[in-house]
Design a protein. Structure first.
Length: 147
């Protein structure tokens, strides 16, 4: 057996927790099964209200053709709508449909319930410590990415 240092153990646990959380993070509401990337795409779009295909490709670090495939699948499911920009017809605007907003709300509620259940295993003191640790990591990562 390979001896692990504390950092390796922490990373392994983070990956296990993340994997377990993601396994049931798929949305299966109203007979629509969405992948994690599709859910994240809907979240990205709703946060920006309206966005472009290029914004999506850039944010997810995927090619424009890959973003097109991703969005076209969401269009087939009637979750997003696309339209050409009035000022520049090369620009394709993407926004959530009414159905997309509804499905996303359901997915977010389910995700929130799962997160609350997961955190219910911790005491208040453990939750406070976890928050401080995550917040500290987030700030340092954000600061490093700004460089």
């Amino acid at each position: 057996m390979v001896k692990q240092n504390l950092d390796d153990k922490i990373v392994d646990l983070m990956l296990l927790i993340s994997r377990n959380f993601k396994q049931s993070d798929h949305c299966a509401t109203k007979n629509i099964n969405l992948t994690l990337q599709q859910i994240h795409t809907l979240i990205f779009i709703v946060k920006r209200n309206k966005t472009t295909l290029s914004d999506i490709a850039s944010f997810f670090a995927i090619t424009l053709p890959s973003a097109t495939v991703l969005i076209n699948k969401l269009i087939v499911l009637s979750l997003v709508q696309k339209s050409n920009d009035r000022k520049d017809r090369r620009v394709i605007n993407i926004k959530l449909s009414v159905k997309g907003k509804s499905i996303l709300e359901e997915a977010m509620k389910a995700r929130s319930l799962k997160a609350h259940k997961l955190l219910s295993y911790l005491s208040l003191e453990e939750k406070k410590q976890l928050y401080l640790i995550f917040n500290s990591l987030h700030k340092r990562i954000k600061k490093q990415n700004e460089k």
